[in-house]
Write a protein that binds this ligand. Structure first.
Ligand code: NAG
Length: 200
């Protein structure tokens, strides 16, 4: 009593089920075989606290932190995995307010690394210099003297209650198939001291 349409529907849903099962296996396999990363190094330079305004209309003056940093890490194991579509790397500062115990995590810089551009990721200052072609298949991240891309403010408007911050470069791996996974790509050698406000 089945109509042709119902039959077709049944076949196509079966096919979809098989494909889903296959994709499921791929995602489990790549999840289990997720390559490990040697945690690289973040070096913070010229961290200063100054009065300033956020780049938005009507923003009030408050304390803003700005910094320069170097990053060195090797993400080749992640980029060479067959199921890696792209990597998203981002630098965060996490810190605690002494008096309230509130903790915060802010993103200071980020970058997308496509599988297609499997070469060294370099950035000096705000420019990304051209890399020589023929050096493909490398995913060494070398970032030098880069400024924070996003402004760093504290919700209370001041940093005087903050002693130090932990700097961490995180990665999120976006696979072709399966779930997003994430981890730590680089850290600073211990907490970074927050300096006092520079008065002008
Ligand atoms: C900073 O890192 C230290 C050592 O890993 C940890 O004990 C501390 O809880 C971290 N602090 C914050 C605010 O993330």
């Amino acid at each position: 009593m089945y109509s042709t349409l119902q039959r077709l529907n049944h076949i196509s849903s079966l096919a979809t089920t098989y494909v889903m099962i296959l994709l499921g296996f791929i995602s489990i396999a790549s999840f289990l075989s997720l390559p490990s990363v040697d945690v690289g190094n973040v070096e913070v330079k010229d961290l200063i606290i100054q009065k300033g305004r956020l780049r938005r209309w009507g923003a009030r003056q408050e304390e803003l932190a700005s910094l320069k940093f170097d990053i060195r890490t090797d993400l080749n194991p992640l980029l060479n995995s067959y199921n890696t579509k792209q990597l998203f790397v981002y630098l965060t500062a996490s810190y605690e307010e002494q008096s309230t115990g509130n903790s915060h995590e802010v993103v200071l810089w980020d970058r997308i690394i496509e599988r297609a551009d499997l070469k060294d990721i370099r950035a000096v200052g705000n420019k990304v210099p051209k890399t020589k072609s023929g050096r493909k298949g490398r995913g060494n991240v070398r970032v030098e003297e880069v400024k924070n891309k996003y402004q760093w403010r504290n919700p209370s408007g001041t940093f005087k209650d903050i002693e130090y911050a932990n700097m961490t470069l995180h990665y999120s791996l976006m696979p072709y198939v399966g779930v997003l996974s994430s981890g730590v790509a680089a850290t600073a050698n211990g907490p970074v001291t927050i300096p006092p406000l520079i008065k002008r």
